[in-house]
Design a binder for this molecule. Structure first.
Ligand code: ADQ
Length: 497
């Protein structure tokens, strides 16, 4: 069983010769000016939620964009500070980006090009040359920071996500002895979807600077290999899932991400969580109601309109639940600078209004929309009081909300309704799996969940919890980093490069 302590012990032994450098666009702790003074917040990001406990266990350096209004005041001249605040377990190196860099690299190429390109959720990707140029330039700035932080030592560089498709190659060109691995947290699409990108070869070549490139599930690895096969001159070892391009070898492997099961399980069972549950019951008037819960960033990949339509259909089909059911939708606004996200927020708000209009009584409405970020402890109270958790993504690399819900149910109750199009669905056969595009079937799933006998809930929940307990976040990173550390870098300088 992987735990924080075993990970710490194993990695401090096996990674002795390396300096561990993680690169992630988002920082784990953001400092902001508030009316009460400078305060820090932890962002609602799946990647950050997964990586922070790992860095706390291993130590090392995390390089990220410093995005908070008080970030400069709380770091030294080099943008460095030790985190978590008050615990100081690893080093955070903040990189300052100009407005133009943030616009082109983050909002533009990362989130208006690569995010829709990889998710295939019927949102057309934008292909702007200016965004691409900024993306490439910011990747180069992060490469400078990696070289600086390595300071000549042999480094194990662990890159996160689609913001840095060009980084591994840039790092290898300057630090050929470093071991470089990257985790791509979102799906990799099929070759037909990917081939429309004007910079497809540059992106693929950039990613093949890695010694190890990892996705959540085998299907995404297969898609990546097929894409490389169609688009690049290279050799592919299908037996070993390895690509050889210009002398460099890149292993392609699935490593399903997860959550810190023990920590969530422990906190979810405390009297403090019970007290918070009581507060929430009072605040939302939940007495006598069966509760369905949605927790998401407001993102068009998460299938929130589809979920609301399914609730609407469910109430038409099962009027006996009118006045006896509520959907609590906790949806933190995200990437609101991008038009598609503002449109989604409008769409969600008007659908909430419509569903409430369709079914409301003098004293009751079926949907409560909470457009806020909640702290971790409060989220656990939401998970604990739900009869059903609804995860209806149209496409999702993994989906950590599903895993957090399961980990928090120390009472062995509650039912998970889970989209088939999430990575989590591959591990969670005991959830009720749905196609979120099929509104009627999702409405039926809500009914099945609300009428499931307690013994069946408990036996399904036991199996789900066993999976998350065993496949926890420490196992994810431990196996990935140990696999990377065993690799001999094959990078050779060649005139063609
Ligand atoms: P995300 O798309 O951000 O992650 P997800 O995996 O669901 O999606 O993680 C979201 C995280 O934010 C969860 O930890 C959740 O608790 C938190 N969160 C969501 N809404 C919140 C709210 N209102 N208040 C507070 N916290 C909230 C990307 C990929 C996923 C992949 C992860 C990790 O898109 O497929 O699972 O990275 O690899």
């Amino acid at each position: 069983m992987w735990t924080r302590d075993t990970l710490h012990a194993l990695l401090s032994e096996r990674l002795q010769e390396f300096r561990l450098i993680a690169v992630c666009n988002r920082e784990p702790y953001i400092h902001r000016h508030t009316p009460e003074g400078i305060r820090f917040a932890e962002p609602a990001s799946g990647v950050v939620r997964a990586l922070d406990p790992v860095m706390q266990a291993t130590g090392g350096t995390w390089i990220a964009h410093g995005s908070g209004t008080a970030d400069r005041e709380t770091a030294d001249e080099g943008g460095r500070l030790r985190v978590p605040p008050g615990k100081e377990r690893y080093l955070l190196r903040r990189l300052w980006l100009s407005k133009e860099e943030e616009e082109g690299y983050y909002y533009g190429f990362s989130n208006e090009t690569l995010w829709p390109l990889c998710h295939i959720a019927h949102q057309r990707p934008a292909f702007e040359e200016a965004h691409w140029n900024r993306y490439a330039a910011v990747n180069a700035r992060f490469a400078d920071a990696v070289v600086e932080e390595a300071g000549g030592d042999r480094a194990l560089v662990f890159i996160q996500d689609y913001h840095f498709a060009l980084l591994s190659k840039l790092v290898k060109e300057r630090m050929p002895r470093a071991v470089v691995c990257q985790f791509w947290h979102i799906p990799w699409p099929n070759p037909e979807a990917f081939r429309i990108c004007p910079w497809k070869s540059e992106l693929l070549e950039g990613l093949l600077g890695n010694d190890l490139l990892s996705f959540h599930i085998q299907h995404h690895c297969n898609n990546f290999l097929e894409t490389v096969d169609r688009e690049l001159e290279c050799r592919i070892d299908r037996e070993n899932f390895e690509v050889m391009a210009r002398g460099n070898h890149t292993l392609i492997r699935p490593h399903p991400i997860s959550v810190d099961f023990e920590a969530i399980d422990r906190e979810a069972g405390t009297p403090e969580t019970s007290r918070r549950m009581e507060d929430l019951r009072r605040r939302w008037g939940l007495d006598g109601l069966r509760v369905a819960l949605g927790v998401d960033r407001l993102d068009y990949t998460k299938g929130i309109p589809e979920r609301l339509r399914a609730v609407d259909r469910f109430l038409y089909r099962h009027p006996e639940f009118v006045g006896r059911f509520v959907l609590l939708q906790v949806g933190v606004p995200s990437r609101t600078h991008i038009r598609a996200y503002r449109q989604l927020q409008d769409e969600v708000e008007s659908l909430v209004e419509r569903v409430n209009w369709n079914h409301r009584t003098a004293t009751w409405e079926p949907v409560v929309f909470v457009p806020e970020q909640k702290d971790r402890s409060e989220l656990l109270a939401y998970y604990r009081l739900a009869d059903v958790c609804l995860v209806t993504s149209l496409h999702d690399g993994m989906n950590l909300v599903a895993k957090e819900f399961v980990a928090s149910r120390c009472d062995r109750a509650g039912v998970l309704i889970l989209s088939r199009f999430t990575g989590a669905a591959r591990e969670f056969a005991q959830a009720i799996l749905v196609n979120p595009y099929a509104v009627d079937a999702t409405a039926d799933a809500i009914h099945a969940a609300l009428t499931m006998p307690a013994e069946e809930q408990a036996s399904r929940m036991d199996r789900l919890r066993e999976t998350v307990r065993e496949q926890n976040v420490y196992k994810w990173v431990g196996k990935l980093l140990l696999q990377a550390a065993r690799l001999e870098p094959t990078w050779v300088e060649s005139p063609t490069r």
